[in-house]
Ligand binder design. Structure first.
Ligand code: PGA
Length: 252
C-alpha cells in the first residue's frame, strides 16, 4: 500500500503587510516544492490575499483559510462563509485555532464550523490543545473533551476530510516547541480518542503538531509519531518554510 503523504500547514495569521510580500512567499514555496514528492503543503493566508495566491494551488500545494463562518449566506456583517471559499480554490480550513478560541469561540461554534467545512467538501484542520500543563495529566482529558465536543455528530464518512492539529497553547509563539516525548504521548492519545469515536477508520486521520516549529527543531519533531506540522512564524519566510518542508519530506 502507498504510504500516505505528510502534511505541512503554514498559518500566516494576520501577515504579511502587503500583497506583494504574500505573492513572494507563495512563489518561494512553489519553487521549493520542485523535488518534494511525499509531502503536501497548505498555505493559509488572510482572506484578502487568497484570490491572488490561489493560482499556486496544485496537487502538492493547497490553499487554506484560517477560519470562516458556518452560515452559507446572509446578514452576518464582516463574516466570510465556508461556501464562498471553494471558488478561490480553497480546499482546507483551520478551525478552532487557539487565537480564535481566545476570542470567545466555543466548542459549540467550532462544532458548527467543522460540520460546515466538511459538508462543503473541504478539509478541516481542527486545532486542539491545552492552555497549561499540570502534573496530574488533566491536559489529556481537556484535549479529549475538545475533540469529543468539536466532532459531535461528525460522521465517519467525513474522516477523509479531517486533520487534527495538536497545538499546546503555551508552545505557540514561544521560544521552544514541546518536548518530543510529550508530542509522542499526545499523538498516540489523540489517535486513541479518535478510535474510540470512529473505530478503525480513524487511523487514517492525520495528526499534526504545532507550536514553535522551526528549521532547527523540525527533524526531531517528526520523530514523534506525527504526520506533519502546523507552522506559524516560520511559514512567513518562503526559504525557511521550504527547509521545514524538506525536513518533513526526509523524515521516516
Ligand atoms: P508558531 O505558531 O509556529 O509561531 O508558534 C503556530 C500556530 O499558532 O499555529
Amino acid at each position: 500500500m502507498k504510504k500516505p503523504k505528510k502534511l505541512v500547514v503554514g498559518n500566516w495569521k494576520m501577515n504579511p503587510k502587503c500583497l506583494e510580500e504574500a505573492k513572494k512567499i507563495a512563489s518561494d514555496v512553489k519553487r521549493g516544492m520542485k523535488n518534494i514528492k511525499k509531502t503536501q503543503v497548505v498555505l493559509c493566508p488572510p482572506f484578502i490575499y487568497i484570490p491572488a495566491i490561489s493560482n499556486t494551488a496544485s496537487t502538492s500545494i493547497f490553499v487554506g483559510a484560517q477560519d470562516a463562518f458556518y452560515e452559507p449566506l446572509g446578514a452576518h456583517t464582516g463574516e466570510v462563509s465556508f461556501s464562498q471559499l471553494p471558488q478561490f480554490k480553497v480546499s482546507h480550513c483551520l478551525v478552532g485555532h487557539s487565537e480564535r478560541r481566545a476570542r470567545g469561540e466555543s466548542d459549540e461554534i467550532i462544532n458548527k464550523k467543522v460540520t460546515a467545512v466538511v459538508s462543503d467538501g473541504m478539509t478541516v484542520v481542527l486545532c486542539v490543545g491545552e492552555k497549561t500543563r499540570d502534573a496530574h495529566g488533566d491536559y489529556l482529558s481537556f484535549v479529549r473533551g475538545q475533540i469529543m465536543a468539536d466532532l459531535r455528530d461528525v460522521s465517519k464518512k467525513s474522516l477523509d476530510h479531517l486533520v487534527i492539529a495538536y497545538e499546546p497553547v503555551w508552545a505557540i509563539g514561544a521560544s521552544e516547541s514541546m518536548a518530543g516525548r510529550d508530542i509522542h504521548e499526545m499523538a498516540i492519545y489523540i489517535k486513541k480518542v479518535l478510535r474510540e469515536i470512529y473505530g478503525l477508520p480513524a487511523d487514517g486521520v492525520k495528526i499534526l503538531y504545532g507550536g514553535s516549529v522551526n528549521v532547527e527543531n523540525i527533524s526531531d519533531i517528526m520523530k514523534n509519531g506525527v504526520d506533519g506540522v502546523l507552522v506559524g512564524r516560520d511559514s512567513l519566510d518562503g526559504k525557511r518554510f521550504g527547509e521545514i518542508i524538506k525536513a518533513v519530506e526526509e523524515s521516516k
